[in-house]
Design a protein around this ligand. Sequence first.
Ligand code: ZN
Length: 416
Amino acid sequence: MKNLLALITLLFFISVHSQTLLLPDRVFDGVEVHENWSVLVEGNRITQVGVRGSLQVPSGTVEISLKGKTLMPGIIEGHSHILLHPYNETSWNDQVLKESPVERSIRATNHVRESLMAGITTMRDLGAEGAGYSDVYIKKSIDQGIIPGPRLIVAGPAIVATGAYGPKGFHDGVTVPLGAEEASGNDVISTVRRQIGNGADLIKIYADYRWKTGAASQPTFSIEEMKLMVETAKSAGLYAVAHASTAEGMRRAIFAGVETIEHGDGATPEIFELMKKNNVALCATLAAGDAIAQYSGWNKSSDSEPSRIIEKKKSFKAALDAGVEILFGGDVGVFPHGENYRELELMVEYGMKPIMALQAATAVNARVFHLDNLGLIKTNHLADLIAVEGNPVKDISMMRDVSLVMKDGVVYKNVN
Ligand SMILES: [Zn+2]
């Protein structure tokens, strides 16, 4: 029913205006808050921004009143998996083994629509998890206007060291559809090139993983192997990111030249120093850890915090104190698509100022992901804009209800 309503809203509100004047109470431009500002959009660009009444508004401009609301850049989700759905519905193993890429892609069409309706206008999707290049084809479907969804930046299958990834637990005669593409030694070069040729926008490397089910993570690729992958990606104009949760995996990935580290749970103070020195940003994926702890039986309202959560809080605070660049990315897909706000709330709960969390979700993610014309409300930037009730800088939970979504100058949602 919720989905049906969303679809009706969507069909009703999709409309292209050549000029739209947005009149909120305030504008968060990706950096700071400006009271009483308004924004003019012409075509798919922001053309004027400033104090209400000071803009040169052409005749025939459509006005959208956003009384009581804050207008801000569309949110840039830094770590999603559109081809996964919550593990408390179906385990990761069963999704990879029992749901066909067709079924997973059909589910993904719902996931990208839910994301857009939640104010996510750009999404960095970090691995199809066994669904091949379905992310590339879903991106193409969105770009062609076949289905609504955010601008996608996709990793394709992602790359794991031979033998390191799952699903595991089968004898060696069983061919298992792995959750990522395996490579080792010099073969990593052809693997990167193939993934780029097939449409990957970036290369995701698993710098560590649990080699055996239930075991602790251990490093996988050598520095040399990761360097080859990073250099191959860079020479094609792309960048590489690393899944890493061990200090050694992170250290190797940093020296190899990746631009972002995903998860980063086991980082030491030395690792955070190295990240800062080498301009490597951290996507901490707090919401995934929080969701998984709850799936394993943690009742947030009555139980004390499990040790993994306590450790993650400490580690996030240490990253903040060390001045590591923090990204917004929750590993959404582990928890429901469209609930991306969970990461923002946890970033604040774990010690970040709300305005910093909002900057991470807009201007910082745009800069780190090389999205030169997104993440800011600024003249000539693309018109990806959202509105929320009240002031999210004062109360981050306002991000739960996004009432206006505009992507590329097109209004996809406008509810009061
Ligand atoms: Zn992930």
